[in-house]
Design a protein. Sequence first.
Length: 501
Amino acid sequence: MILQMKDIVKTYGNVVANDHVSIDLNEGEILAIVGENGAGKSTIMKILYGLEKADSGEITVWGEKVNFRSPIDAMKHHIGMVQQHFMLFGSMTVTENIVYNNEIAKNGFFDRKANREKVRQLSEKYGLMVDPDAIIDDCPVGTQQRVEILKTLYQDASLIIFDEPSAVLTPNEVDDLLRTLRELAKAGKSIILITHKLNEVMAVADRITVMRAGKVIKTLNRADTNTDELSYLMIGRHTADLQLRPHNPGETLLQVKDLTMGSAAGKKVLNGVNLEVRAGEIVGIAGVSGNGQTELVRCITGLEREYEGSVTVCGHDVSNKGVDTIRQAGLSHIPEDRYVWGSAREASLSDNFLMGEENSEKYSRHGVLKSKQIIEHADKLIAEYSVKVDNSRQKMKELSGGNAQKIITAREIEREVPLTIACEPTRGIDIGAMEFVHERLVNKRDHNGGILLVSSELSEILKLSDRIYVMYNGQLNHEFKHGEVDERKLGKLMLGGKADE
Ligand SMILES: Nc1ncnc2c1ncn2[C@@H]1O[C@H](COP(=O)(O)OP(=O)(O)OP(=O)(O)O)[C@@H](O)[C@H]1O
Ligand SMILES: [Mg+2]
């Protein structure tokens, strides 16, 4: 056994994030940690990596009792962590990032050739393909993640922690990641993987630890369990299969015509996009990220105003208009990246729920906020979406990743407007809460709301969408009705394949 964490306790004020948690790990093993949002998964790993200090408990690595004060201590003990928000220097090369702080020098200077050779060897040894000379900002997310992994390997990590590594990846990149995890384990590395995706767990884990409300509920061998049992252990009930009831769409809520947008490099990021969302329908956009989805949503929501073509929201021509005007026309927006858009990390939860409605009659009168109504609204959504919090005065940054996402998703779905642009609405959300978010989106559709759903989760697109468009290379090329297309075919079209292949 290379790692033993015993009886770890960690509290934040009234919240017991880890309640006598014990976890152990063998050499060459992949241990998955699963559990609801706020169960304490990230906390126990932050403690292991020296980012947080436990109140009590014991940690033994490779037979030595340790007490890490920082990640530097953890690295010295061969523990590495691949963070979800990568810690890379965007303007530097792959090689420079990997060897950063441990460069091979010759006569006091950075030895480009030797460093590049070292990176090439590492990348070959573990099958982690990267171009040593590429600039990080030009690399897709999957490549940036490989650079993070190579960095931990370069620092000689033997135990590597991954906290929700697949949340930001495309389906193909996820396959590559899972292959990499297996390769690493085969090479004797020990892996801890936190994920909400049980198919990933079943594909790579040797053992699985289930956490709930700060405690370890059970540790099982992968071979002795299945996704049903795991989801039952995680959320205490079985998940139901959601079925779309037939529903006739009404008037057009969103009309996009001939939308075209160029990039600084002169390439067309959006190329003549036409699209329509009607009242009472969910329209899904499937596509590998980087094919124009982000830009399309930015144009529709007013974050981007420099484009040709027109956008109409609920009968108002909002072409080239700004965010406020478009919101007032009747649109809500769950943004793709909750950390950049949509949330104020230092603000309270109730203030975050209020964002965008500060001036509405419901929550303010003659410029004075109605605090009772605001708190009531926040408490209601917190309960409905089972957001795990202590109270609504807490700061956003104190929430676990999935619980922060739930706040944004709840706020935007429950806004009383006809049209919702939902981008990755369930990213990082546990399977129980995901089911609820799906129900709410469908409920909104059943009550004549219109929803544009942009998601890298194909299963989500297929399950919820009345119509599906495929986005590739800045264009919407294909359109399908619910049930007309499956995951394999969509996957091909997303990569630019033909419909009849
Ligand atoms: N800095 C903090 N201040 C206050 N509470 C915190 C802080 N960090 C975490 N918590 C609380 O500790 C609990 C466990 O959080 P943690 O991030 O470990 O959950 P998680 O299992 O990783 O959830 P998720 O699946 O959403 O990422 C949560 O209730 C969270 O609100
Ligand atoms: Mg977490």
